[in-house]
Design a protein around this ligand. Structure first.
Ligand code: SIN
Length: 515
């Protein structure tokens, strides 16, 4: 049963613990008061540690610029200590039966759901997304752990018939070893658990380097992991100098796997770095999702799918549609209904009731979104809705972008080629199915794609023709722990979720038995 939490927050001063106090109620019964200490220090070998130099950096609320906490500006030394802790913890953790690794993971998922309100509030404060979305993210984040804890018990090997009478062939799957996860700011909880769940469930130990903008959610999850009984050293968290930490991760042969979610540019650099020790990589990189609406679509469903996929997290997701292609017969209706549905959306601090569009994460994001809108307009695009980046109320930053609809879009514009990462929907008309497929596939990226049709034959044809790792066919929200998430082309390597995810953290060993 879902928990409701009464929360009290005591904001911490520099380097101190942030106390999130939640009193969950189950079926009307008040449980004993729970206190989650959200640390503002790095977790290494089960201990919370400051950077050896004492250096810190500030974590701020993008809606207000309020300083929420100061966290360690760790570097090479702490990265080495974290890897050493993960290495030392590996033999014990790997040796546990799968069910014994699954048990504390399941407890961690339960604790996250019990503390959902406190975790969601913290997430909104450091990331900006509306509280309703943050609550959804905490449930989504917990679901990756639950799924992986269950899958851990189903890591099957194989026996294969041999061509020799005196041989038996056995295929084992074993944990890859120490894993490093480098995670983004747009989903500060879910992108950690999407990696942590399967890595730990498979028997790996890990270090997590969360994004500088959103480390507090990582610390909160780590605190709950300790409470859930994950042993010291199995999970380590370090914040700080990304270049220095990255260098240590790729230089140390102990680290056998790196899982990264972020930009294609950084992913390419990691591929080069991984060559030194031939480290396995999972890369969930940029996208440039097309969204096709055919004449035979249910337009109301297409509009609500467009809003769900494009305007989630103010357009700051890798799976957000970036290019809308609408068939001529329904173009006017779709654009009119989309604009009408977007206009009333409330823009403001994610902590305020009723808000559905929060701030962009930082000034660099603002500059990029503004540049994309200006560039499109200077190349002939017209504004159907929005277009303004502004401060919606006193005390709020100027990082809020109106839901924006651009028409008369063509391929000369940046919005047609680059990920905008903002609430901007560029819309273009098409005539034939083949043209739509060609436009949709005309991208070096291949993460998510979407289309709407009520024609069953077209549904199969288009789903098969789209060169993307994820296809939402009449579905604006395909992401779920049970399904493989990941891209083709420059959108990455590997899959997270579904039964496929465990293989990202397992090596195959072939044992040939001579009789
Ligand atoms: C992402 O934007 O990287 C993740 C989005 C999702 O899981 O749906």
């Amino acid at each position: 049963m879902a928990a409701k939490s009464g929360i009290k927050e005591i904001a911490g001063a520099a380097g101190q613990v942030l106390n999130l106090i939640a009193a969950p109620r189950y079926g009307g019964h008040l449980r004993p008061r729970q206190k989650t200490n959200v640390q503002t220090r790095n977790l290494i070998n089960g201990e919370w540690r400051d950077a050896p130099s004492g250096a810190t950096f500030e974590v701020t609320n993008p809606a207000t610029d309020e300083v929420i906490a100061k966290v360690p500006n760790g570097g090479a030394e702490q990265a080495k200590a974290a890897i050493a802790a993960a290495r030392a913890a590996l033999p014990g953790w790997r040796a546990l039966p799968a069910a014994e690794r699954a048990a504390p993971l399941a407890r961690l998922a339960d604790l996250m759901l019990e503390q959902r309100e406190a975790l969601a509030t913290l997430l909104t404060r450091e990331q900006g997304k509306p509280l309703a979305e943050s609550r959804g993210e905490i449930s989504y984040a917990a679901s990756f752990i639950t799924w992986a804890a269950e899958e851990a018990k189903r890591v099957y090997g194989e026996t294969v018939p041999s061509s020799r009478p005196d041989q038996r062939i056995l295929v084992l799957r074993q944990p890859v070893g120490v894993v490093a996860a480098i995670t983004p700011w747009n989903f500060p909880s879910a992108m950690i658990t999407r990696k942590l769940g399967p890595a730990l469930a498979a028997g790996c130990t890990m270090i997590v380097k969360p994004a500088e903008q959103t480390p507090l959610s990582a610390f909160a999850i780590a605190e709950l992991a300790l409470q859930a009984g994950i042993p010291a050293g199995v999970l380590n968290i370090i914040t700080g100098d990304a270049a220095a930490i990255g260098q240590v991760i790729f230089a140390d042969p102990t680290v056998r796997k790196v899982s990264f979610t972020g930009s294609t540019e950084v992913g390419q650099k990691l591929m080069v770095a991984a060559a030194a020790n031939v480290v396995r990589l999972s890369l969930e990189l940029g996208g440039h999702a097309p969204f096709l609406v055919f004449d035979d679509a249910n337009i109301d469903a297409a509009v609500s799918g467009a809003i769900k996929s494009k305007f989630r997290n103010a357009g700051q997701t890798c799976v957000c549609p970036n290019r809308f292609f609408v068939q001529a017969g329904v173009y006017d209706e779709f654009v009119a209904k989309l604009a009408a549905a977007l206009e009333p959306m409330q823009i403001g601090s994610g902590l305020d009731e009723g808000v559905s569009v929060g701030p962009l994460i930082d000034d660099a994001a603002v500059a990029k979104v503004r540049d994309h809108i200006d560039d499109a307009r200077s190349h002939g695009a017209t504004l159907r809705l929005g277009g303004k980046i502004f401060s919606p109320a006193a005390g709020l930053t100027e990082r809020f972008c109106q839901p924006t609809v651009l028409e008369n879009v063509n391929t000369s514009m940046k919005v047609s080629h680059e990920e905008t990462f903002g609430p901007v929907a560029p819309v273009r008309r098409f005539t034939h199915e083949a043209e739509a497929i060609e436009l949709a596939n005309d991208s070096p990226y291949g993460l998510a794609s979407y289309f709407y049709t009520r024609d069953n034959a077209r549904l199969w044809r288009v789903a098969e023709a789209l060169e993307y790792g994820i296809v939402g066919a009449n579905d604006g929200g395909p992401s779920t722990a049970q399904a493989p998430f990941g891209g083709v082309k420059m959108s990455g390597i590997g899959r997270e979720g579904g039964r496929y995810v465990m293989h990202e953290y397992l090596d195959i060993k072939y044992v040939s038995i001579g009789l």
